[in-house]
Design a protein around this ligand. Structure first.
Ligand code: DAT
Ligand code: MG
Length: 152
């Protein structure tokens, strides 16, 4: 059984627009297992850490301000190839370049309001999960009865 995990976060616009259930549902229906979840109103300092790689970009101050404007839904999903497949479910960074059927392609227009975050690699996922859920036991381990119907 694959144990890869990704950090998925419904951004403040997604929470405000009532898309939390829709986004969790898309990952669940695909077959991915939810292993951590919490609603967080993050501080600017915390968000600057989350987006540290983008410090220096012209949109960085606006990005952090928007991300701190309301609660986000912090999620961890687990399963085979979930980091890459999570990015596929999200669509392109710019919603206007995202295919219909993806989260951003179905619900977004502007890049600065693109609804949902997903880790871009296995290593960044580990860092993001530790940042949002702590280093010690960040996720819940449990057996799912349907796993034998999802994985061969
Ligand atoms: P992604 O979220 O697809 O991994 P990223 O890590 O490059 O994209 O950027 C993080 C977020 O920053 C992105 O979801 C939205 C915002 N952003 C990226 N490029 C932007 C731009 N050119 N103008 C405004 N916001 C941007
Ligand atoms: Mg990114």
């Amino acid at each position: 059984m694959a144990t890869e995990q990704t950090y998925i976060m419904v951004k403040p616009d997604g929470v405000q627009r009532g898309l939390v259930g829709e986004i969790i549902g898309r990952f669940e229906k695909r077959g991915y297992k939810l292993v951590a979840a919490k609603l967080v109103h993050a501080s600017v300092e915390h968000l600057e850490k989350h987006y540290a790689d983008l410090k220096g970009k012209p949109f960085f101050p606006g990005l952090v301000k928007y991300m701190a404007s309301g609660p986000v839904m912090a999620l961890v999903f687990q399963g085979k190839d979930v980091v890459k497949q999570g990015r596929v479910l999200l669509g392109a960074t710019n919603p206007l370049a995202s295919a219909p059927g993806t989260i951003r392609g179905d619900f977004g227009i502007d890049v600065g309001r693109n609804i949902c975050h997903g880790s871009d690699g296995v290593e960044s996922a580990k860092k993001e999960i530790a940042l949002w859920f702590g280093e010690q036991n960040p996720t819940i381990e449990y057996n799912r009865v349907l796993d034998s119907q999802i994985y061969e």
